[in-house]
Design a protein around this ligand. Structure first.
Ligand code: ACO
Length: 431
Protein backbone atom coordinates (compact mmCIF):
# COMPACT_ATOMS: atom_id res chain seq x y z
CA UNK A 1 0.00 0.00 0.00
CA UNK A 2 1.36 3.44 -0.91
CA UNK A 3 0.96 5.84 1.99
CA UNK A 4 0.47 9.44 0.99
CA UNK A 5 0.57 12.50 3.21
CA UNK A 6 -3.03 13.14 2.32
CA UNK A 7 -5.73 12.88 4.93
CA UNK A 8 -9.50 13.18 4.92
CA UNK A 9 -11.33 15.07 7.64
CA UNK A 10 -14.54 13.68 9.03
CA UNK A 11 -16.75 15.48 11.51
CA UNK A 12 -19.06 13.29 13.55
CA UNK A 13 -21.21 14.62 16.38
CA UNK A 14 -19.15 17.81 16.46
CA UNK A 15 -15.80 15.99 16.78
CA UNK A 16 -13.27 16.07 13.93
CA UNK A 17 -11.20 13.04 12.90
CA UNK A 18 -8.26 12.89 10.49
CA UNK A 19 -8.38 9.75 8.37
CA UNK A 20 -5.33 8.54 6.41
CA UNK A 21 -5.69 8.44 2.63
CA UNK A 22 -3.83 5.80 0.61
CA UNK A 23 -2.87 6.38 -3.01
CA UNK A 24 -3.00 3.32 -5.25
CA UNK A 25 -0.74 2.85 -8.28
CA UNK A 26 -3.90 3.37 -10.38
CA UNK A 27 -7.46 4.32 -9.53
CA UNK A 28 -9.05 6.59 -6.94
CA UNK A 29 -7.52 7.33 -3.53
CA UNK A 30 -8.80 5.24 -0.65
CA UNK A 31 -9.81 6.63 2.75
CA UNK A 32 -8.63 4.33 5.52
CA UNK A 33 -11.46 3.93 8.03
CA UNK A 34 -10.02 1.00 9.95
CA UNK A 35 -9.70 2.97 13.19
CA UNK A 36 -12.97 4.87 12.76
CA UNK A 37 -15.10 2.75 15.09
CA UNK A 38 -12.38 2.68 17.76
CA UNK A 39 -11.85 6.44 17.58
CA UNK A 40 -15.30 7.81 16.77
CA UNK A 41 -17.66 4.96 17.70
CA UNK A 42 -19.42 4.95 14.30
CA UNK A 43 -19.59 2.48 11.43
CA UNK A 44 -19.77 3.27 7.72
CA UNK A 45 -22.75 2.10 5.67
CA UNK A 46 -22.21 0.67 2.17
CA UNK A 47 -24.56 -2.17 1.17
CA UNK A 48 -23.30 -3.83 -2.00
CA UNK A 49 -19.81 -2.41 -1.28
CA UNK A 50 -20.18 0.20 -4.01
CA UNK A 51 -17.60 2.51 -2.38
CA UNK A 52 -15.58 0.13 -0.25
CA UNK A 53 -12.15 -1.37 -0.96
CA UNK A 54 -12.19 -4.67 0.91
CA UNK A 55 -8.48 -5.43 0.48
CA UNK A 56 -5.34 -4.31 -1.28
CA UNK A 57 -4.29 -6.32 -4.30
CA UNK A 58 -1.67 -6.31 -7.07
CA UNK A 59 -3.41 -8.72 -9.45
CA UNK A 60 -6.08 -7.04 -11.56
CA UNK A 61 -7.04 -3.44 -12.23
CA UNK A 62 -10.25 -2.19 -13.83
CA UNK A 63 -10.94 1.36 -14.93
CA UNK A 64 -14.69 1.26 -15.47
CA UNK A 65 -14.86 4.73 -17.00
CA UNK A 66 -12.15 4.00 -19.59
CA UNK A 67 -13.27 0.40 -20.16
CA UNK A 68 -9.84 -0.89 -19.20
CA UNK A 69 -8.96 -4.27 -17.70
CA UNK A 70 -5.35 -5.03 -16.76
CA UNK A 71 -3.88 -8.24 -15.36
CA UNK A 72 -0.61 -7.46 -13.58
CA UNK A 73 -0.53 -4.35 -15.80
CA UNK A 74 -1.12 -6.07 -19.14
CA UNK A 75 -4.28 -5.04 -21.08
CA UNK A 76 -6.80 -7.84 -21.60
CA UNK A 77 -7.02 -7.33 -25.37
CA UNK A 78 -3.25 -7.89 -25.68
CA UNK A 79 -3.43 -11.00 -23.51
CA UNK A 80 -6.45 -12.34 -25.43
CA UNK A 81 -4.75 -11.62 -28.77
CA UNK A 82 -1.13 -12.61 -28.12
CA UNK A 83 -1.04 -14.87 -25.08
CA UNK A 84 -2.93 -18.01 -24.11
CA UNK A 85 -4.80 -19.17 -21.05
CA UNK A 86 -2.06 -21.08 -19.22
CA UNK A 87 0.40 -18.24 -19.68
CA UNK A 88 -2.25 -15.86 -18.27
CA UNK A 89 -2.70 -18.29 -15.36
CA UNK A 90 1.04 -18.09 -14.66
CA UNK A 91 0.91 -14.30 -14.87
CA UNK A 92 -2.01 -14.07 -12.44
CA UNK A 93 -0.49 -16.54 -10.00
CA UNK A 94 3.12 -15.34 -9.99
CA UNK A 95 2.94 -11.69 -11.08
CA UNK A 96 5.17 -11.78 -14.20
CA UNK A 97 5.04 -13.28 -17.68
CA UNK A 98 7.03 -16.54 -17.57
CA UNK A 99 10.35 -17.30 -19.24
CA UNK A 100 9.99 -20.13 -21.80
CA UNK A 101 11.38 -22.78 -19.44
CA UNK A 102 9.12 -21.65 -16.56
CA UNK A 103 6.07 -21.78 -18.80
CA UNK A 104 6.99 -25.26 -20.02
CA UNK A 105 7.39 -26.47 -16.46
CA UNK A 106 4.10 -24.86 -15.38
CA UNK A 107 2.23 -26.40 -18.32
CA UNK A 108 3.71 -29.80 -17.51
CA UNK A 109 2.68 -29.48 -13.86
CA UNK A 110 -0.89 -28.50 -14.76
CA UNK A 111 -1.14 -31.26 -17.37
CA UNK A 112 0.06 -33.86 -14.85
CA UNK A 113 -2.65 -32.92 -12.34
CA UNK A 114 -5.68 -33.18 -14.63
CA UNK A 115 -6.92 -36.62 -13.57
CA UNK A 116 -9.44 -36.93 -10.76
CA UNK A 117 -9.16 -39.41 -7.92
CA UNK A 118 -10.90 -42.50 -9.31
CA UNK A 119 -13.18 -42.65 -6.27
CA UNK A 120 -14.67 -39.31 -7.32
CA UNK A 121 -16.59 -41.08 -10.09
CA UNK A 122 -18.81 -42.58 -7.42
CA UNK A 123 -19.36 -39.19 -5.92
CA UNK A 124 -20.75 -38.01 -9.30
CA UNK A 125 -23.02 -41.01 -9.45
CA UNK A 126 -24.80 -39.86 -6.29
CA UNK A 127 -26.33 -36.93 -8.17
CA UNK A 128 -29.55 -37.12 -10.15
CA UNK A 129 -28.86 -37.16 -13.89
CA UNK A 130 -30.95 -34.01 -14.34
CA UNK A 131 -28.93 -32.04 -11.78
CA UNK A 132 -27.67 -28.69 -13.06
CA UNK A 133 -23.91 -29.02 -13.78
CA UNK A 134 -23.29 -26.04 -11.45
CA UNK A 135 -24.91 -27.98 -8.58
CA UNK A 136 -22.56 -30.87 -9.36
CA UNK A 137 -19.56 -28.53 -9.52
CA UNK A 138 -20.30 -26.92 -6.15
CA UNK A 139 -20.53 -30.40 -4.62
CA UNK A 140 -17.54 -31.99 -6.36
CA UNK A 141 -15.16 -29.07 -5.78
CA UNK A 142 -16.19 -28.86 -2.11
CA UNK A 143 -15.62 -32.62 -1.88
CA UNK A 144 -12.03 -32.27 -3.13
CA UNK A 145 -11.06 -31.49 0.46
CA UNK A 146 -12.12 -35.05 1.28
CA UNK A 147 -9.97 -36.48 -1.53
CA UNK A 148 -6.81 -34.35 -1.34
CA UNK A 149 -5.96 -34.10 2.36
CA UNK A 150 -2.33 -33.37 1.54
CA UNK A 151 -3.14 -29.92 0.18
CA UNK A 152 -5.56 -28.49 2.74
CA UNK A 153 -3.09 -27.05 5.27
CA UNK A 154 -3.19 -23.38 4.33
CA UNK A 155 -0.29 -22.49 6.63
CA UNK A 156 2.08 -24.54 4.45
CA UNK A 157 3.13 -22.63 1.28
CA UNK A 158 3.91 -25.90 -0.53
CA UNK A 159 0.42 -27.27 0.15
CA UNK A 160 -1.08 -23.98 -1.02
CA UNK A 161 0.89 -24.29 -4.26
CA UNK A 162 -0.23 -27.89 -4.80
CA UNK A 163 -3.87 -26.97 -4.08
CA UNK A 164 -3.63 -24.11 -6.63
CA UNK A 165 -2.25 -26.41 -9.32
CA UNK A 166 -4.81 -29.10 -8.57
CA UNK A 167 -7.72 -26.69 -8.79
CA UNK A 168 -6.61 -25.16 -12.11
CA UNK A 169 -5.71 -28.56 -13.58
CA UNK A 170 -8.75 -30.53 -12.45
CA UNK A 171 -11.47 -27.96 -13.06
CA UNK A 172 -11.82 -28.81 -16.81
CA UNK A 173 -12.15 -32.49 -15.92
CA UNK A 174 -14.68 -31.69 -13.19
CA UNK A 175 -16.76 -29.47 -15.51
CA UNK A 176 -16.55 -31.93 -18.44
CA UNK A 177 -17.61 -34.80 -16.19
CA UNK A 178 -20.53 -32.77 -14.84
CA UNK A 179 -21.58 -32.34 -18.50
CA UNK A 180 -21.07 -36.02 -19.34
CA UNK A 181 -23.00 -37.13 -16.27
CA UNK A 182 -25.80 -34.68 -17.07
CA UNK A 183 -26.07 -36.02 -20.65
CA UNK A 184 -25.78 -39.69 -19.64
CA UNK A 185 -22.54 -40.35 -21.53
CA UNK A 186 -19.43 -42.11 -20.15
CA UNK A 187 -16.74 -40.00 -18.52
CA UNK A 188 -13.78 -39.22 -20.78
CA UNK A 189 -10.32 -39.12 -19.15
CA UNK A 190 -7.91 -36.25 -19.83
CA UNK A 191 -5.12 -36.66 -22.38
CA UNK A 192 -1.67 -35.24 -21.71
CA UNK A 193 -0.76 -34.60 -25.35
CA UNK A 194 -3.49 -31.98 -25.74
CA UNK A 195 -3.40 -28.36 -24.67
CA UNK A 196 -5.70 -27.15 -21.89
CA UNK A 197 -8.61 -25.97 -24.10
CA UNK A 198 -8.41 -28.89 -26.57
CA UNK A 199 -8.36 -31.35 -23.69
CA UNK A 200 -11.51 -29.78 -22.25
CA UNK A 201 -13.32 -29.88 -25.61
CA UNK A 202 -12.35 -33.52 -26.08
CA UNK A 203 -13.49 -34.49 -22.57
CA UNK A 204 -16.84 -32.83 -23.33
CA UNK A 205 -17.49 -34.03 -26.86
CA UNK A 206 -15.68 -37.29 -27.51
CA UNK A 207 -17.46 -40.60 -27.07
CA UNK A 208 -15.89 -44.09 -27.00
CA UNK A 209 -17.74 -44.98 -30.22
CA UNK A 210 -15.90 -42.47 -32.37
CA UNK A 211 -12.65 -40.50 -32.61
CA UNK A 212 -12.91 -36.80 -31.84
CA UNK A 213 -10.66 -34.38 -33.67
CA UNK A 214 -10.26 -31.03 -31.96
CA UNK A 215 -10.67 -28.17 -34.40
CA UNK A 216 -7.80 -25.71 -33.70
CA UNK A 217 -10.02 -22.67 -34.36
CA UNK A 218 -12.59 -23.88 -31.83
CA UNK A 219 -9.84 -24.70 -29.37
CA UNK A 220 -8.41 -21.19 -29.80
CA UNK A 221 -11.88 -19.68 -29.27
CA UNK A 222 -12.32 -21.82 -26.14
CA UNK A 223 -8.93 -20.71 -24.86
CA UNK A 224 -9.92 -17.09 -25.47
CA UNK A 225 -13.16 -17.53 -23.51
CA UNK A 226 -11.08 -18.93 -20.61
CA UNK A 227 -8.65 -16.00 -20.87
CA UNK A 228 -11.37 -13.34 -20.98
CA UNK A 229 -12.96 -14.70 -17.78
CA UNK A 230 -9.74 -15.46 -15.88
CA UNK A 231 -9.99 -12.74 -13.23
CA UNK A 232 -11.95 -9.60 -12.51
CA UNK A 233 -10.67 -8.19 -9.21
CA UNK A 234 -13.04 -8.08 -6.22
CA UNK A 235 -16.31 -9.19 -7.89
CA UNK A 236 -19.01 -11.04 -5.92
CA UNK A 237 -17.60 -14.58 -6.31
CA UNK A 238 -13.99 -13.51 -5.68
CA UNK A 239 -15.06 -11.59 -2.60
CA UNK A 240 -16.95 -14.71 -1.51
CA UNK A 241 -13.78 -16.78 -1.88
CA UNK A 242 -11.83 -14.21 0.14
CA UNK A 243 -14.48 -14.01 2.86
CA UNK A 244 -14.75 -17.81 3.13
CA UNK A 245 -10.99 -18.10 3.24
CA UNK A 246 -10.62 -15.37 5.89
CA UNK A 247 -11.83 -17.90 8.48
CA UNK A 248 -8.99 -20.26 7.53
CA UNK A 249 -11.24 -22.64 5.56
CA UNK A 250 -9.45 -25.03 3.20
CA UNK A 251 -8.94 -23.93 -0.45
CA UNK A 252 -11.40 -26.41 -1.96
CA UNK A 253 -14.19 -25.26 0.38
CA UNK A 254 -13.42 -21.62 -0.50
CA UNK A 255 -13.50 -22.20 -4.27
CA UNK A 256 -16.76 -24.18 -3.90
CA UNK A 257 -18.20 -21.08 -2.15
CA UNK A 258 -17.04 -18.95 -5.11
CA UNK A 259 -18.73 -21.33 -7.57
CA UNK A 260 -21.98 -21.14 -5.59
CA UNK A 261 -21.91 -17.33 -5.74
CA UNK A 262 -21.03 -17.28 -9.44
CA UNK A 263 -24.13 -19.32 -10.23
CA UNK A 264 -26.52 -16.38 -9.71
CA UNK A 265 -28.06 -14.70 -12.80
CA UNK A 266 -26.70 -11.26 -11.82
CA UNK A 267 -23.16 -12.71 -11.99
CA UNK A 268 -21.93 -15.82 -13.86
CA UNK A 269 -25.42 -17.06 -14.60
CA UNK A 270 -25.93 -14.07 -16.91
CA UNK A 271 -24.52 -15.84 -19.99
CA UNK A 272 -27.16 -18.57 -19.71
CA UNK A 273 -29.85 -15.98 -18.98
CA UNK A 274 -28.68 -13.88 -21.95
CA UNK A 275 -28.93 -16.72 -24.44
CA UNK A 276 -32.35 -17.65 -23.10
CA UNK A 277 -33.39 -14.02 -23.52
CA UNK A 278 -32.15 -13.92 -27.15
CA UNK A 279 -34.12 -17.10 -27.75
CA UNK A 280 -37.23 -15.59 -26.20
CA UNK A 281 -36.91 -12.42 -28.29
CA UNK A 282 -36.61 -14.70 -31.31
CA UNK A 283 -36.61 -12.14 -34.12
CA UNK A 284 -35.31 -8.63 -34.77
CA UNK A 285 -38.83 -7.15 -35.08
CA UNK A 286 -39.63 -8.05 -31.44
CA UNK A 287 -36.63 -6.15 -30.02
CA UNK A 288 -38.45 -2.83 -29.38
CA UNK A 289 -40.99 -4.63 -27.19
CA UNK A 290 -38.19 -6.07 -25.00
CA UNK A 291 -36.34 -2.78 -24.85
CA UNK A 292 -39.52 -1.13 -23.58
CA UNK A 293 -39.89 -3.87 -20.96
CA UNK A 294 -36.28 -3.37 -19.79
CA UNK A 295 -36.99 0.34 -19.34
CA UNK A 296 -40.27 -0.19 -17.48
CA UNK A 297 -39.73 0.29 -13.71
CA UNK A 298 -42.74 -1.94 -12.99
CA UNK A 299 -41.38 -4.85 -15.01
CA UNK A 300 -38.55 -6.86 -13.41
CA UNK A 301 -37.18 -7.76 -16.87
CA UNK A 302 -33.62 -6.58 -17.56
CA UNK A 303 -31.55 -6.92 -20.68
CA UNK A 304 -29.29 -9.79 -19.69
CA UNK A 305 -25.69 -9.34 -20.76
CA UNK A 306 -26.15 -5.59 -20.40
CA UNK A 307 -24.75 -3.39 -17.65
CA UNK A 308 -21.94 -3.84 -15.20
CA UNK A 309 -21.22 -2.67 -11.69
CA UNK A 310 -17.80 -1.31 -12.67
CA UNK A 311 -17.74 -0.75 -16.46
CA UNK A 312 -19.60 2.43 -17.24
CA UNK A 313 -18.20 2.95 -20.73
CA UNK A 314 -17.73 -0.45 -22.35
CA UNK A 315 -16.61 -3.91 -21.26
CA UNK A 316 -13.27 -4.49 -23.05
CA UNK A 317 -13.89 -8.24 -22.96
CA UNK A 318 -17.14 -7.85 -24.91
CA UNK A 319 -15.27 -6.45 -27.94
CA UNK A 320 -12.96 -9.47 -28.18
CA UNK A 321 -15.87 -11.82 -27.55
CA UNK A 322 -17.93 -10.29 -30.36
CA UNK A 323 -15.03 -10.80 -32.77
CA UNK A 324 -14.68 -14.42 -31.61
CA UNK A 325 -18.40 -15.02 -32.14
CA UNK A 326 -18.06 -13.89 -35.76
CA UNK A 327 -14.99 -16.13 -36.31
CA UNK A 328 -16.54 -19.23 -34.77
CA UNK A 329 -19.85 -18.93 -36.60
CA UNK A 330 -18.00 -18.30 -39.82
CA UNK A 331 -15.84 -21.38 -39.30
CA UNK A 332 -18.82 -23.55 -38.49
CA UNK A 333 -20.61 -22.22 -41.55
CA UNK A 334 -23.46 -20.97 -39.38
CA UNK A 335 -24.46 -18.01 -41.45
CA UNK A 336 -27.36 -15.89 -40.37
CA UNK A 337 -27.48 -17.40 -36.89
CA UNK A 338 -30.77 -15.94 -35.65
CA UNK A 339 -29.49 -15.34 -32.11
CA UNK A 340 -26.42 -13.50 -33.41
CA UNK A 341 -28.66 -11.39 -35.64
CA UNK A 342 -30.93 -10.58 -32.69
CA UNK A 343 -27.89 -9.89 -30.46
CA UNK A 344 -26.31 -7.47 -32.94
CA UNK A 345 -29.58 -5.64 -33.61
CA UNK A 346 -30.38 -5.53 -29.89
CA UNK A 347 -26.96 -4.08 -29.07
CA UNK A 348 -27.40 -1.42 -31.77
CA UNK A 349 -30.95 -0.46 -30.79
CA UNK A 350 -30.20 -0.39 -27.06
CA UNK A 351 -27.10 1.75 -27.55
CA UNK A 352 -29.14 4.24 -29.60
CA UNK A 353 -31.74 4.44 -26.83
CA UNK A 354 -31.21 7.36 -24.38
CA UNK A 355 -32.22 5.17 -21.38
CA UNK A 356 -29.21 2.88 -21.81
CA UNK A 357 -26.86 5.74 -22.69
CA UNK A 358 -27.89 7.76 -19.61
CA UNK A 359 -27.49 4.79 -17.29
CA UNK A 360 -24.21 3.85 -18.98
CA UNK A 361 -25.41 0.36 -19.83
CA UNK A 362 -23.29 -1.49 -22.41
CA UNK A 363 -23.00 -5.13 -23.47
CA UNK A 364 -20.83 -7.06 -21.02
CA UNK A 365 -18.66 -10.14 -21.64
CA UNK A 366 -21.66 -12.44 -21.37
CA UNK A 367 -23.57 -10.85 -24.21
CA UNK A 368 -21.69 -12.76 -26.93
CA UNK A 369 -20.06 -15.67 -25.05
CA UNK A 370 -23.27 -17.72 -24.99
CA UNK A 371 -23.60 -17.51 -28.78
CA UNK A 372 -20.10 -18.95 -29.22
CA UNK A 373 -20.61 -21.69 -26.64
CA UNK A 374 -23.92 -22.73 -28.17
CA UNK A 375 -22.36 -22.86 -31.65
CA UNK A 376 -19.64 -25.12 -30.22
CA UNK A 377 -22.33 -27.54 -29.05
CA UNK A 378 -22.65 -26.67 -25.36
CA UNK A 379 -26.13 -26.56 -23.81
CA UNK A 380 -26.95 -23.36 -21.90
CA UNK A 381 -26.57 -25.20 -18.59
CA UNK A 382 -22.83 -25.55 -19.30
CA UNK A 383 -22.20 -21.83 -19.79
CA UNK A 384 -21.78 -20.98 -16.12
CA UNK A 385 -19.62 -24.08 -15.36
CA UNK A 386 -17.29 -22.91 -18.16
CA UNK A 387 -17.17 -19.49 -16.53
CA UNK A 388 -16.35 -21.17 -13.19
CA UNK A 389 -13.58 -23.19 -14.83
CA UNK A 390 -12.07 -20.03 -16.32
CA UNK A 391 -12.39 -17.94 -13.14
CA UNK A 392 -10.76 -20.61 -10.95
CA UNK A 393 -7.31 -19.17 -11.59
CA UNK A 394 -8.51 -15.71 -10.54
CA UNK A 395 -10.06 -17.07 -7.34
CA UNK A 396 -6.92 -19.08 -6.58
CA UNK A 397 -4.58 -16.13 -7.25
CA UNK A 398 -6.63 -13.83 -5.02
CA UNK A 399 -6.84 -16.52 -2.35
CA UNK A 400 -3.05 -17.04 -2.41
CA UNK A 401 -2.45 -13.31 -2.24
CA UNK A 402 -4.76 -13.03 0.73
CA UNK A 403 -3.26 -15.92 2.71
CA UNK A 404 0.25 -14.56 2.21
CA UNK A 405 -0.81 -11.08 3.40
CA UNK A 406 0.21 -10.48 7.04
CA UNK A 407 -2.78 -8.11 7.41
CA UNK A 408 -5.17 -10.97 6.70
CA UNK A 409 -7.89 -11.20 9.33
CA UNK A 410 -11.36 -12.73 9.44
CA UNK A 411 -13.88 -10.76 7.37
CA UNK A 412 -16.63 -9.51 9.61
CA UNK A 413 -18.83 -6.69 8.24
CA UNK A 414 -20.92 -4.58 10.60
CA UNK A 415 -24.58 -3.64 10.14
CA UNK A 416 -27.07 -0.83 10.48
CA UNK A 417 -29.48 -2.50 12.89
CA UNK A 418 -33.13 -1.51 12.37
CA UNK A 419 -34.83 -4.24 14.38
CA UNK A 420 -36.48 -4.22 17.80
CA UNK A 421 -34.49 -3.11 20.80
CA UNK A 422 -34.46 -5.20 24.00
CA UNK A 423 -37.86 -6.53 25.02
CA UNK A 424 -38.98 -9.23 27.43
CA UNK A 425 -39.93 -12.71 26.32
CA UNK A 426 -43.69 -13.33 26.47
CA UNK A 427 -44.99 -16.82 27.30
CA UNK A 428 -46.89 -18.41 24.40
CA UNK A 429 -50.26 -18.34 26.18
CA UNK A 430 -49.93 -14.57 26.70
CA UNK A 431 -49.08 -13.50 23.11
N1 ACO B 1 -31.42 -3.74 -18.23
C1 ACO B 1 -32.20 -2.68 -17.92
N2 ACO B 1 -31.91 -1.80 -16.93
C2 ACO B 1 -30.78 -1.99 -16.24
C3 ACO B 1 -29.91 -3.07 -16.52
C4 ACO B 1 -30.27 -3.96 -17.57
N3 ACO B 1 -29.46 -5.00 -17.86
N4 ACO B 1 -28.85 -3.04 -15.67
C5 ACO B 1 -29.05 -1.97 -14.88
N5 ACO B 1 -30.22 -1.32 -15.21
C6 ACO B 1 -30.74 -0.09 -14.63
C7 ACO B 1 -31.38 -0.36 -13.28
O1 ACO B 1 -32.78 -0.60 -13.38
C8 ACO B 1 -31.09 0.92 -12.53
O2 ACO B 1 -32.01 1.88 -12.90
P1 ACO B 1 -32.47 3.02 -11.84
O3 ACO B 1 -31.24 3.80 -11.53
O4 ACO B 1 -33.50 3.81 -12.60
O5 ACO B 1 -33.03 2.30 -10.65
C9 ACO B 1 -29.72 1.34 -13.06
O6 ACO B 1 -29.64 0.77 -14.38
C10 ACO B 1 -28.56 0.88 -12.21
O7 ACO B 1 -28.70 -0.52 -11.99
P2 ACO B 1 -28.13 -1.29 -10.72
O8 ACO B 1 -28.76 -2.64 -10.64
O9 ACO B 1 -28.25 -0.39 -9.51
O10 ACO B 1 -26.61 -1.39 -11.10
P3 ACO B 1 -25.57 -2.38 -10.49
O11 ACO B 1 -24.24 -1.80 -10.77
O12 ACO B 1 -25.92 -2.72 -9.09
O13 ACO B 1 -25.84 -3.72 -11.34
C11 ACO B 1 -25.67 -5.52 -12.84
C12 ACO B 1 -24.99 -4.27 -12.25
C13 ACO B 1 -26.13 -6.47 -11.71
C14 ACO B 1 -24.67 -6.27 -13.70
C15 ACO B 1 -26.91 -5.09 -13.67
O14 ACO B 1 -26.50 -4.20 -14.70
C16 ACO B 1 -27.67 -6.27 -14.26
O15 ACO B 1 -28.52 -6.84 -13.57
N6 ACO B 1 -27.37 -6.67 -15.54
C17 ACO B 1 -27.99 -7.82 -16.15
C18 ACO B 1 -27.31 -9.08 -15.66
C19 ACO B 1 -25.92 -9.27 -16.26
O16 ACO B 1 -25.72 -9.15 -17.45
N7 ACO B 1 -24.97 -9.63 -15.38
C20 ACO B 1 -23.59 -9.92 -15.80
C21 ACO B 1 -22.63 -9.01 -15.14
S1 ACO B 1 -21.02 -9.28 -15.80
C22 ACO B 1 -20.48 -10.69 -15.08
O17 ACO B 1 -20.85 -11.12 -14.03
C23 ACO B 1 -19.45 -11.39 -15.85
Amino acid sequence: MTDSNKTATLTVHGETYELPVHSPTAGPDVIDIRKLYGDAGVFTYDPGFTSTASCDSTITYIDGEKGELLHRGYPIDQLAGKSHFLEVCYLLLYGELPQAKDLEQFETTITRHTMLHEQMQYFYRGFRRDAHPMAIMVGVVGAMSAFYHDSTDISDPHQREVASHRLIAKMPTIAAWAFKYHTGQPFVYPRNDLDYASNFLRMCFSVPAEEYEVNPILSRAMDRIFTLHADHEQNASTSTVRLASSSGANPFACIAAGIACLWGPAHGGANQACLEMLEEIGSVDRIPEFIERAKDKNDPFRLMGFGHRVYKNFDPRAKVMKQSADEVLDLLGIEDNPKLQVAKALEKQALEDPYFAEKKLFPNVDFYSGIILEAMGFPTSMFTPIFALSRTVGWVSQWKEMIADPQNKIGRPRQLYLGETTRDYVDIENR
